[in-house]
Write a protein that binds this ligand. Structure first.
Ligand code: C5P
Length: 226
């Protein structure tokens, strides 16, 4: 009996505000592949830990929380943003805030929390293929992926994009404050001991500073369909 080859994977890693979320969703739609937003998993655990009143530096408690938290993605019926359901509650809006991002980054530095989320992430790899968006998709979770991209953009441009996104959602933020928060989060993500933010050796680097969405999507698609 022959074993079917594992479904192909395209990993898209990079710092916050590099456009990963938007680009990954568009590329997955174009290819007809599934999408894994791994950042949402870390945000969901940080959120669940906060809701349970846990101290975010308590590794044992946060690890138990990561193991117990039930996270589901539900496609919106009208084709808009996928909803993230955490322990039965639609937490999509709460998860997008920079506070949730900072909580995610804090708990994501714990190896036991990362370990608790591995099986869930591997489970997304199904035919016809998977687009995996995150920080360590090409280096740790899917090192054998056939296609790997690392998206970057200048810190100023990334802060501007996040500012626009959050403003559109009606949140009150300042550009300077956001840039400082993003830089602090990236420096923690890049300097942590486990699964730091860095390009896989075989990743194609794409600097999206000054590029439009369509142009970036075309560049990423060209990695899969040269
Ligand atoms: O991508 P997003 O901004 O939603 O990620 C939130 C945080 O989750 C990141 O700052 C990072 O600390 C963590 N993360 C991670 N590994 C991933 C995805 C996200 O450590 N694969």
């Amino acid at each position: 009996m022959s074993h079917a080859a594992p479904a192909p994977v395209l990993t898209i890693d990079g710092p916050s505000g590099s456009g990963k979320g938007t680009i990954s969703a568009l590329v997955a739609e174009h290819l007809g592949w599934r999408l894994l937003d791994s950042g949402a998993l870390y945000r969901a655990v940080g959120y669940a830990a906060g809701m349970a009143g846990l101290d975010l530096s308590d590794v044992d408690a946060v690890t138990r929380c990561a193991q117990a938290t039930k996270i589901h993605f539900r496609a919106a019926s009208d084709g808009s943003q996928t909803r993230v359901i955490v322990n039965g509650h639609d937490a999509t809006d709460e998860l997008r805030t920079e506070t949730a991002g900072a909580a995610a980054s804090a708990i994501a530095s714990m190896p036991s929390v990362r370990e608790a989320l591995v099986a869930l992430q591997l489970g997304f790899r199904k035919a016809p293929g998977l687009v995996a968006d995150g920080r360590d998709m090409g280096t740790v979770i899917f090192p054998d992926a056939a296609y790997k991209v690392f998206l970057t953009a200048s810190a100023a441009e990334r802060a501007k994009r996040r500012y626009k996104q959050l403003k559109e959602k009606g949140l009150s933020v300042t550009l300077g404050g956001l840039q400082r928060e993003i830089e602090a989060r990236d420096s923690r993500d890049a300097s942590r001991a486990v699964a730091p933010l860095k390009p896989a050796e075989d990743a194609v680097l794409v600097d999206t500073t000054g590029m439009g969405i369509d142009e970036v999507v075309a560049k990423v698609l060209a990695v899969v369909q040269p």
